[in-house]
Design a binder for this molecule. Sequence first.
Ligand SMILES: Cc1ncc(COP(=O)(O)O)c(C=O)c1O
Length: 405
Amino acid sequence: MQDYDRFYSKLGRSFKPGVLTTVVLKAFDLMKQGKKIISLTGGSYDVPSMPWQEVKSIFAEAPCEAWSEMLQYGNTTGTPQLRAELAKFMAEASIESDPDSEIIVTTGSQEAIDLVTRVFIDPGDVIIVGAPTYLSALSAFKQMDPDFMEVPIDADGMDVDVMESKLKRLKADGGSAKLLYVIPSFQNPTSTMLPMERRKRILELAEEYDLLIMEDNPYGYISFEGPMPTPLAGMDKSGRVLYTSTFSKIVSPGMRVGWLKGEGECIAKMAEAKSRISIMNDGLAQYAAAEMFRRGDVARQIPKVIGVYRKKRDVMLESMETSFPKEAEWNDPRGGLFLWVKMPEHVNTTEILMEAVDRGVAYIPGSNFFTRPVHNYIRLNYSLPSEADIVEGIQIFGDLLKEKI
Ligand SMILES: Cc1ncc(COP(=O)(O)O)c(C=O)c1O
């Protein structure tokens, strides 16, 4: 077998299996041996809620002309039908956009983050991120070797006062930040919600310090207690906010339908960047997505999964009250798919992961969501496991954590 090591680029060398891959491989091995592993890891979709009947009838009823479009090469920015539906969908959240020039359909929001990285980030640029924040956004940004400015996440999301003082200090030292990456609604991994006051303050700071904002909104629609608050992109007066959202949490992650909204010239650049790697999006998924909007399937699917996830959140919270050690602290998420748990500092959740998997439960250690070593947090997902598996998984994990206290 060829050893490619001497050929790898600097970037290629940096690609190492992430925690999800490692956990999944280990779990897969154990499952092959007949062992049950309960996954509380990624933000996967509740399987019984998947809209497979809707997708099936969309394809069964598709006219001939639609098939020739679906199976042909198309625009890198996405089909006109889907972009028009996305513009309407965003308008419901107060985000105005021109579907012809301000939207690009992407292979999930992950590709949108990658495109923003390629188009805007140079090595050494300062990116402001929450501490903690979405691990795969950090991985995408790291490809360009930026500097990170971490802003703590408190019970109300990013602490804007700390952000302001860090920006002030950086400016006084002759530096500046370029991009703020923010997940305002039901943030990953903490599920915190940025209040309106903080949203306004962030937009003011962006003006004052000339920042570009990337707003990532996969979870805002999964709100258990009221309508989704207005995204920053719906309040932005100067075109500073690049906005991404996705089908992954509301309709289907397997369809890989995400999108990015920005002003015209930058979207044209995104299309160039995208055409170097994926040429265009999947024609079948785009057709189904546009039809799902047109038929009202998306509008019906959102309240359906909200109901399922609210119930699962309640089951997980109840199980934790019963089974977790009293030293553990966690939030009560009002939306989204995750619980964020703080353990006493001496409990290293990275080190005990494989032991947990051996016992039949997998989770994501909190260290993956920081740019520096922090080892006493845990992210738990409740959207994928059944209610019975949530109870069982939390009990197994709670027993292990009690031993480690
Ligand atoms: C905050 C955040 N952004 C982006 C993504 C990527 O989603 P997609 O499946 O649309 O690529 C995720 C997925 O979990 C996420 O949590």
